[in-house]
Every structure is written in C-alpha cells, then in structure tokens.
Design a protein around this ligand. Structure first.
Ligand code: G3H
Ligand code: 13P
Ligand code: ZN
Length: 309
C-alpha cells in the first residue's frame, strides 16, 4: 500500500468514534518508535513534519524514512505537513510526495485566512492531497514563536470557512496549547467542550483536529527529573478529556511534546545508569523503545484506533 491521504481515515474515525494519532517526526528513531507501536496494535497513523523539522532532517530523508515505514509495516500511513506557513511550503511538500498538508492561516484575518487556505486547497485537491485549515489560535510555543494571546475558535465562523475554502479538516482552539507547560501550577486543566459541540452541530460529519494535545504523563516527567532534567512544572491535557474529544468530532490528535519527553526520559536514564556507554545506538535505542511505549499507551488510552488499520 502506498502513502494515503487522510480522507478515508477520517471518515472511518468519525463514524467509529475514535481518532487518528498525528505524531511529529524528526529522525529515524522517532519514525521507527511510532510505527513499531502502530504495527503492534494494527493502528493507522499520520506522521507529520513541521517546517523546522523539515529544515533539520531535510525533506528527502524524512520522505524516504516514512515510505520505508509504509513498506515495512503495510499500515495506512499519511505523510502530513504540520503548520504550513505559506502556499510555497505547502506546494513544495505536495510536489515532494506528502499526502496531506496543513495551511496555518490562524494568525491572519478571517478573509485572508480563507483566501490563502482556498489557494492551497485548489492546488492540493488537483493532486489528491488533503488539506487541514485552522480557525482560532492556540497558546504555547510552535516553530520558535511564542503565542501568548490565544483565542478560542468562534463556532459561528466554521461553516463559512469550510464552505468557502473546501478544506478536508479543521483545527480548532478549545483550550489545548503547544509545548510541555500547558497550564500554570495550580491551574485546573479545562477544555471548552461546549465549543466543540457547537462546531460539531454546525458541521455534522466533518473531521475536527486538536493541536497541542500531549498529556505530559507524570511518569516521564519524573524520569526526566530523576536523571538531571528540570521540568518540574510540566503539565498536559488529561487523557480522559482527549478520549472524550476523540469520541466526538475530533478525528486527529496532534502529539509532539509527549514524544520529546519520552525520548529524553529514555536517553537520560540510559546515560545516567551506563556512564561508560558512548555508542549512540545504545542510548538512542532506549529512546526509541520509550517512544514505542508512549505511542502504544496513546493508541489504547486516548485514540481508540487499535485494530483500525
Ligand atoms: O506544533 C508544533 C510542533 O510541536 C512542532 O514543533 O516546530 O519545534 O518542530 P517544531
Ligand atoms: P504538543 O506540543 O501538545 O505535543 O502539540 C503538538 C502539535 O500540536 C503539533 O502540531
Ligand atoms: Zn500544532
């Protein structure tokens, strides 16, 4: 099976009340760690690449590592551009074999966001590539930009946005945020399920995307801190809230920070316990196993997509 776009995956996920994991990839151990977990649980998956990840690892390396994972696992895998910042970047990724792109016009005015998104949709759909748009802004750090003034998605805008742009899925802001420090110490994590419900009522059957959806599990934070890290105040989105969102209209749940944290925990622990080791395969191998374990937990506890490949 070649790389797939997200159309069929999202249709099945919406109807089945589950979500597909969209995991950010930067290197071979991350690609293998994620897809090993998906293979073990027979889960479909989206592997996504941010603009800065593409600069770091380079387009061809990422493309070939992901297509190698498709060949090795036989799973339905989509290769997606995360937070595409311009038409040109989306076009480069589409021309270079990506099967799905996000055009992130969330910082623009409503009209400018529609104009840019529509242009990407026209180019992408002519090439069988699916497109994710975004309305509303998440707080947190993304591509080294720190967004402080987050704004929830206005449900009254979603029908017009989707109709005029032709997007295949829509990312909305309901209280999630990027990074490992999503709430202030003492602050109670909350998501605006009322907004999600209203969006769902206005767009029946339409796939919704949640960015900034890492759970930042305490066991990984503790491991990082036990072996020299300093992430005491890290806090994420509770798993039960994400599970509820996945049972509603949310068909794609974005996870990057949980992978970073798991890999860092595995590597820190390995090096602390084996001070004489200096072969990268030894500590990166442990990092890869930690990724597999966090992704398996995500599939079983949050996404509900085990056995859906
Ligand atoms: O949403 C942002 C993702 O976590 C990607 O982060 O731009 O540092 O690769 P990055
Ligand atoms: P996290 O920082 O919560 O993992 O979010 C990742 C993300 O939204 C990638 O687009
Ligand atoms: Zn994001």
């Amino acid at each position: 099976m070649p790389l797939v776009n997200t159309k069929e995956m999202f249709k099945k996920a919406y109807e089945g009340g589950y979500a597909i994991g969209a995991f950010n990839v930067n290197n071979m151990e991350i690609v293998q760690g994620i897809t090993d977990a998906c293979k073990q649980l027979n889960a479909p998956v989206i592997l996504q690449v941010s603009g800065s990840a593409r600069k770091y690892a380079r387009h061809n390396y990422l493309y070939h590592m992901v297509t190698a994972a498709v060949e090795e696992t036989g799973l339905p895998i989509a290769l997606h551009l995360d937070h595409g910042a311009s038409f040109e970047l989306c076009k480069d990724c589409i021309d270079g074999g990506f099967t799905s792109v996000m055009i992130d016009g969330s910082h623009l005015s409503f009209e400018e966001n529609i104009e840019l998104t529509k242009k990407v949709v026209e180019y992408a759909h002519a090439r069988n590539v699916t497109v994710e748009g975004e309305l509303g802004q998440l707080a947190g750090i993304e591509d080294e930009v720190n967004v402080e003034n987050a704004s929830y998605t206005d449900p009254k805008q979603v029908e017009e946005f989707v109709t005029r742009t032709g997007v295949d899925s829509l990312a909305i802001a309901i209280g999630t945020s990027h990074g490992a420090f999503k709430f202030k110490p003492g602050q109670k994590p909350q998501l605006r399920f009322d907004i999600l419900q209203e969006v769902m009522d206005r767009l029946p059957g339409f796939p919704i995307v949640l960015h900034g959806a890492s759970s930042v599990l305490p066991e990984y934070v503790e491991t990082v801190n036990r072996f020299g890290g300093q992430m005491a105040d890290a806090i994420g989105i509770p798993e039960d809230m994400l599970r509820k969102a996945a049972s509603m209209a949310v068909c794609k749940i974005n996870v990057d920070s949980d992978l970073r944290l798991a890999m860092t925990a595995g590597i820190r622990k390995h090096l602390a316990e084996n001070p004489t080791h200096f072969d990268p395969r030894q500590y990166l191998g442990d990092g890869r196993e930690y990724i597999t374990s966090v992704v398996k937990n995500k599939i079983e506890t949050v996404l509900g997509c085990a056995g859906k490949a």
